[in-house]
Design a protein around this ligand. Structure first.
Ligand code: ATP
Ligand code: MG
Length: 230
């Protein structure tokens, strides 16, 4: 399948067990996400939310069931197309041992410095630009160590730079203060207009801005329920 600027997802009776684990993490998960829909994914710690997002990036092979993206099986996509269509902010944002510029440009190789600076300001990381080296500042090993909140905001900056129609955000504002969190969520909502968003969160406020809330049950019989229509 070719890359598209919309993303509709269909998860059908999805099951997954980690290698060498006795119990499945996900069993019979069924979920339809319309193109342009924004959903919150809630559920107790350990119920499989991050695992579900990882399956959507094809990090693991599922044991059973289907994942369809725009009606085509996920496994039929070539890697480049899938990367173009999906952007992820994982629970632990990975910072590469490289410059600030290159840490951002992996999400948008064509972005110029003005655009990178603009996005950094938007996520409240203007301070990094003002520091030693600006966009040339070295991050990671042997360089500037970012705080947890800074790492997370760098992840969000990458998501904002990436043109993908499908955004998978795993607790992107965890650890941020309430005011910063509200600003970032508003920024993400604006960015995600017309795009498909799956937002994993433990926070119960701000959810009224999303189209739908899915709650995953605990235990091996994980399933998604629909608590509210769009
Ligand atoms: P949280 O809200 O704490 O982030 P979560 O819903 O995202 O939790 P997952 O990270 O998806 O939960 O984990 C689901 C289950 O799978 C947990 O019991 C976890 O210990 C287990 N698990 C996660 N990663 C692996 C792995 N690589 N190998 C084996 N088991 C794993
Ligand atoms: Mg998780």
């Amino acid at each position: 399948p070719a890359a598209a600027d919309r993303a509709q997802l269909s998860l059908q009776q999805l099951s997954f067990t980690y290698p060498d684990q006795p119990q499945p993490v996900l069993r019979d998960v069924t979920l339809e996400v319309a193109a342009g829909e924004h959903i919150a994914l809630l559920g107790r710690t350990g119920c499989g939310k991050s695992t579900l997002l990882q399956l959507l990036t094809r990090a693991w092979r599922t044991d059973g069931g289907k994942i369809l993206l725009n009606g085509e099986p996920l496994e039929d996509y070539d890697e480049t197309t899938l990367r173009r269509m999906t952007t992820v902010v994982s629970q632990r944002v990975h910072i590469f041992s490289d410059t600030l510029r290159e840490n951002l440009r992996l999400a948008a190789p064509d972005a110029d410095d003005a655009r990178l600076s603009d996005v950094l300001q938007q996520v409240g990381l203007g301070k990094l630009l003002a520091g030693d080296g600006g966009l040339n500042a070295w991050l990671g090993e042997g360089g500037r160590q970012l705080s947890g909140g800074e790492q997370r905001r760098l992840g969000i900056a990458r998501a904002l730079l990436h043109p993908a129609p499908l955004l998978l955000l795993d607790e992107p504002t965890e650890g941020l203060d309430a005011e910063t969190e509200q600003q970032i969520l508003a920024l993400l909502r604006r960015h995600c207009q017309g795009k498909t968003l799956i937002l994993v969160t433990h926070r119960l406020y701000g959810l009224e801005h999303l189209d739908r809330i899915c709650v995953m049950d605990d235990g091996p019989n994980c399933r998604t329920g629909q608590s509210r229509g769009p």
